[in-house]
Design a protein around this ligand. Structure first.
Ligand SMILES: *[C@@H]1O[C@H](CO)[C@@H](O)[C@H](O)[C@H]1NC(C)=O
Ligand SMILES: *[C@@H]1O[C@H](CO)[C@@H](O)[C@H](O)[C@H]1NC(C)=O
Length: 689
């Protein structure tokens, strides 16, 4: 699990369910509304009473019946919340849902490949809208399922005509933000058994070059001219000799084409590739790589469908997989690509399902509180959240209580007013934020845990379990076991150890890197995540530490900095932090990057005023943050030698660009240590003085 907050990448996808699905859901909703079996018995009972009693009770019955019909119903959990996973005889624990004898590989029999998933969506939606995008201040424009399929077939055939081979060793690069053409390119590859390799800006030029060369990528599909230029620069420096074709989604001028020609790169428009070809016969053949995706989203569906027919859709976690939506004929809208326009996009799209990273949840939380500008309003807001929070802890999630009418409906409407489900992952979310938003937004908020190597998710909140402090139970598509890490004193026999995942959603290995594959995937097929987990008594998993990065302090105590960071990151004003120590020192110090959105407001509450930059240099603020970290550490049972003694406040986020995070947003510890060498020395010298 990352101790750092994922900065909004290209992962924002807003979803909307199709009208057919809505109808289906409403039908199910009506059925469940009729289910009050004891009613008949009750009326029998009343009939047997004398009339005089009946008159009095009549009024009471009316009230009671009304209450029975309108009372808030808790979400019925799919299994006992006190027993959310069970031992599996082959080792590990499994979900309580699904077939006990085997892991879930797919959910719908007619949707076992990505191609079939799309066909299913086409059928169910009656060729409804599928992918939508918008220009500033315009409504969403939708492409229908048939159109998406047709464009994908044309594009895929176009690629074959240009010499790509329809087999799983053919890798096609896609270097673009999420947008309809991304999905069309992906589907084009799936349709002809080719494999998509996503390239992201954030990877940096070295990583992109490395991937293009390792996967022998001859064709890259790009969204913008600037990205094509990045690729051309590599070619001009003769660093990617295998690259032959660039296909662009955006319009471009002849200069770019000319520049390509001069280094033997064919630059062409995506429409051109689509038009020039008549669709090839579709091989529909073996599509091995789809198995992962299909299994993972099946696991997700299995968990959610039993609880709430209203929330059939969506998947993901940090790399959200939209297959869940297509499979039910839903539609997906893309945000404009600018996070500042997201609120406007929300209002235009009115999504029902919204995958987010915790940072956005923090931002929402903070915004809500900053708008309650008087003490009285704040008090009222807290009071309302507490009242609704009490309902949430009984399993009731609703948006029609009196508190919603008075307070929260405005917030709900600002998110489009139709939200039913929020899914968060990638980093831990603070329990107070999660609790508040579950109450205030009146929709189900789920947390997931996983990594790319197991197709995004391996554990997930069980519907109805609205408690915090864990990442839920295993998905029905995988087993999870904990493995001893003796050097850190974690033992499976005590319910603690490295989290290992096995199942059809686990990847087959890293491309052309058997060594790293062997380190990650053991011969029995267990993926070793490097995270340390702990089973809670009710069968949920809690992530408590990372396996690597352990050192001894001068006095001989073992320190696991990531465990400490996992605790400290819950501090409200903190966005990122790095805890440092080594065997020459007897205490720990930290580098803290405060959250620019949250920290100034937090400081204000403590009577410390100033701009973000000023505050970062303010010693009073530094003291306040240390106090908060130490308070959290104490509450989580850290020993005093595990607490930081001093911190340096840094005002620039650790990022991939500045070399302090890996492409998967993990902290690069050696680099952090080197980068902050002087600051760390100063911190230690200030302590010893
Ligand atoms: C309230 O919840 C219902 C059912 O989940 C949904 O249909 C409705 O759009 C929601 N209203 C708002 C304002 O979020
Ligand atoms: C599961 O156990 C954890 C730790 O004991 C607790 O915090 C959480 O509330 C429990 N969840 C439920 C639904 O009882």
């Amino acid at each position: 699990m990352l101790a750092f907050v994922l900065v909004s990448g290209s992962l924002w996808i807003l979803l909307e369910l199709s009208s057919t699905l809505m109808e289906k859901m409403q039908a199910q909703e009506m059925i469940s509304g009729l289910r009050i079996p004891e009613m008949d018995d009750i009326s029998q009972f009343f009939l047997s009473l004398p009339t005089s009693t009946l008159v009095g009770i009549g009024a009471l019955t009316a009230v009671l019946t009304y209450w029975l019909a309108t009372r808030p119903r808790p979400i019925k959990p799919p299994c006992s919340l006190q027993h959310q996973s069970e031992e599996h005889e082959g080792g590990g624990r499994r979900s309580m849902m699904g077939d006990r004898t085997k892991l879930l590989t797919h959910y719908h029999d007619d949707a076992t490949t990505m191609y079939e998933v799309f066909q299913r969506g086409l059928r169910i939606s009656g060729d409804g809208p599928c992918l939508g995008s918008r220009l500033p201040n315009q409504p969403y424009k939708w492409i229908s399922y048939k159109e998406v399929m047709a464009r994908a077939e044309h594009l895929g055939s176009g690629l074959l005509h240009q010499g790509c081979k329809p087999n799983p060793n053919q890798f096609i690069g896609v270097f673009a933000q999420n947008r309809p053409e991304w999905i069309i390119s992906e589907l084009a590859c799936y349709t002809y058994s080719m494999v998509v390799v996503p390239l992201y800006d954030t990877l940096g030029p070295d990583a992109i070059r490395f991937i293009i060369n390792t996967a022998d990528i001859s064709t890259v599909i790009c969204d913008k001219v600037e990205k094509a230029q990045v690729l051309l620069e590599n070619v001009e420096r003769k660093e990617t000799p295998g690259l032959k074709r660039i296909i662009l989604m955006d319009a471009f001028d002849s200069a770019l084409e000319e520049r390509g020609r001069s280094c033997n790169i064919h630059v062409q428009a995506i429409q051109e590739v689509e038009c020039r070809s008549s669709p090839c016969r579709n091989p529909k053949g073996v599509m091995l790589s789809h198995g992962n995706v299909i299994a993972d989203f099946a696991g997700f569906l299995k968990v959610t469908d039993v609880s709430d027919p209203l929330s059939l859709s969506t998947g993901s976690f940090y790399c959200f997989h939209p297959a869940v939506v297509y499979c039910h004929g839903g539609r997906i809208g893309f945000y404009q690509g600018d996070i500042r326009l997201l609120p406007d996009d929300m209002k235009a799209l009115r999504p029902t399902i919204f995958p987010v990273v915790p940072r956005l949840l923090n931002r929402m939380y903070d915004k809500i509180f900053s708008q309650a500008n008087s003490q009285w309003k704040r008090w009222l807001l807290n009071f309302a959240a507490k009242r609704k929070g009490a309902e949430v802890s009984c399993g009731v999630i609703r948006n029609d209580s009196i508190w919603d009418k008075i307070f929260f409906s405005r917030i709900q409407n600002s998110l489009g007013g139709r939200l039913r489900m929020i899914i968060t992952g990638a980093a831990p979310t603070s329990p107070s934020v999660l609790g508040f938003l579950r109450a205030a937004l009146g929709c189900q908020v789920y947390e997931a845990y996983g990594q790319t190597e197991c197709t995004a998710g391996c554990t997930y909140t069980t519907p109805g379990d609205w408690t915090t402090g864990h990442v839920g139970a295993p998905l029905p598509c995988n087993l999870i076991k904990l493995v001893d890490v003796p050097e850190k004193n974690y033992f499976a026999s005590k319910g603690e150890g490295e989290v290992c995942v096995k199942g059809p959603n686990v990847f087959k290995g890293y491309l052309k890197d058997p060594e790293r594959t062997a380190e990650t995937l053991d011969p029995d097929g267990w993926l070793h995540t490097g995270d340390i987990g702990k089973w809670l008594p009710n069968g949920t998993l809690k992530i408590i530490d990372r396996k690597k990065h352990i050192f001894k302090l001068a006095q001989g105590e073992y320190i696991s900095p990531e465990k400490i960071e996992n605790i400290y990151i819950r501090s409200e004003p903190v966005a990122q932090l790095y805890v440092h120590g080594d065997s020459l020192q007897s205490c720990l110090v930290g580098i803290v990057v405060p959250d620019p959105e949250v920290m100034p407001e937090w400081a204000k509450k403590k009577g410390i005023l100033g701009t973000y930059k000023d505050l970062c240099k303010n010693t009073e603020l530094k003291k306040a943050i240390i106090d908060d970290l130490v308070r959290l550490g104490k509450a989580s049972g850290l020993h005093s030698f595990e607490q930081v003694k001093n911190i340096y406040i840094h005002s620039e986020m650790f990022s991939i660009e500045n070399g302090l995070l890996t492409p998967t947003l993990k902290a690069k510890r050696p680099e952090l240590k080197e980068y902050f060498k002087d600051k760390i020395e100063q911190l230690y010298s200030s302590i010893s003085m």
